[in-house]
Design a binder for this molecule. Sequence first.
Ligand code: ZN
Length: 169
Amino acid sequence: MAKEEYAIHIPIQQYHPNELTDIERIWVDEAIAAAKKAYAPYSRFQVGAAVVLADGQIVTGSNQENAAYPSGLCAERVALFYAGARYPDIPVKAIVIVACRDGIIQKPTAPCGACRQVMLETERRYRHQIQIILYGSDTVYEIASAESLLPLAFDADLRSNEQFFAINN
Ligand SMILES: [Zn+2]
């Protein structure tokens, strides 16, 4: 096979917070309220996540740190795992992520790699795309699917990368 270069296109909508819909504003407010409950004495970086289920219920989480650093967990996974534990039969349709440090961070805060992996598996598990809203006080990023945030993702099913290439090329 000859060497070949290809580019992966990641569609992201960028807009001002006042363009959020009324329902999205409610989700954002839930994420902000969750961030204020973070236990983040080490980073002082408070993150809130609002996971929206397909039936409209909202499950929130915040980062939970620990003196033994790796024992802590990100807000996104706290919320996603709680949703999976409490409502295992209901798909996740959206997640809002907000970070605060002396007020809400102006630019959108993106999830770490491990949280992207969990978001992607949640999406595949329920065969339901997850709308991702990364909220900053002056800019919002919106991504239509967890798949977009983790191209070339690890998957126990080796066919999936072939499918990814088939769709994107
Ligand atoms: Zn994370």
